[in-house]
Design a protein around this ligand. Sequence first.
Ligand code: CAO
Length: 413
Amino acid sequence: MAKALEGVRILDMTHVQSGPTCTQLLAWFGADVIKVERPGVGDATRGQLRDIPDVDSLYFTMLNHNKRSITLNTKDAKGKEIFTRLIEECDVMVENFSPGALDRMGFTWERIQEINPRMVYASVKGFGPGPFEECKVYENVAQCTGGSASTTGFDDGPPMITGSQIGDTGTGLNLALGIVTALFQREKSGRGQRVSCAMQDGVLNLCRVKMRDQQRLGHGPLKEYPQYPNGEFGEATPRAGNASGGGQPGWVVKCAPGGPNDYAYVIIQPPGWAPLMRAIGREDLIEDPEWATPEARLPKLDQCFAIIEKWTQTKTKFEVMEILNPVNVPCGPILSMKELAAEPSLRETGTVVEVDHPTRGKYLTVGNPIKLSDSPTEVVRSPLLGEHTDEVLKSVVGWSDEQVASARESGAI
Ligand code: CAO
């Protein structure tokens, strides 16, 4: 079956996580992604957090599926010649180097447009134009500077980093959307364009409700926050612990048998109060004016969830789900990575995929979270360093065996 982005060729200059997640997604949709790596070195993640000696790390393999890898020294004269030919032959170029790295190689946006006016040139940087634009940025820096850390954690603790890669993978998603949008516009305009995504912007976009709360704070306390009514509110959106970010109160409650991930998240919607109280055997609170309305419950949500927790502690998180879901009480078990890896339904949908790799053997990866009915994703193992150099130089650049051999001898590839 044809894939959505078949015929789109991507010059992939990405490394680490933010850029590679973007190009992996485009490869899953059928684009031909040619990953350019430094000869003998490659993407630094190939060697990071290795679990098996001398084998590409899971960090690398899980971010670079369905791509081809070529080695190319883009600072070398012959390397630049090859790179220029690749710019001519590709539709999209993606990079997430330190600010100015491509310019320093001699490939400014102006130069790229000269070489190929149809080129969509997409970049991830830590920051957009402003005081920090020259800074190098990794995931946690983005979480700190994008508003996530200051609003995550408990009120009496320090700012917290989340386990989700919202700065890297989150920004990679934004970039992928920018690229396909630019390709769509190119259909009409005939021109490429620049696509720029800053990790700070990407994180802040995901923290929109916290900016909402910053403005609400000017009009009084945030009543759904655990600080209300007894704690203090300062000048900025505080950390809300496990409180729900939406209009309905929610919290994490303990379940049996009391292990580190034996918890469930329970949300109390006004229509859910009666069925919830019935389910936990507290019919007496359904009509009790002290508890019956959202307004009555709001100042004592901690007590409210303590009542619910008394019951959930007698059930496993899955039993809680089984009992509360049918009565329309929104809730969810806290699932560990071990449980997610073993979940059969995620295997069936391709959200978790087992992949075979020539040097590592079988491993699990997280597949494409976006399902297209006419463009199903097949997850293909990540390439070895430079595995496709000859193939790409011959079929895309149009070089002969002799030219390839001479480039190899000179150290350009
Ligand atoms: N041939 C020759 N040189 C190459 C090359 C190739 N194929 N590929 C990369 N290089 C060079 C770059 O040109 C750069 O050289 P200069 O410093 O001389 O310009 C050098 O390799 C190092 O690149 P870098 O500065 O991007 O790498 P770093 O490890 O120092 O920094 C990172 C890494 C991620 C902090 C930085 O790239 C960055 O801030 N990127 C933007 C934000 C981002 O994407 N961060 C997410 C990272 S995932 O957590």
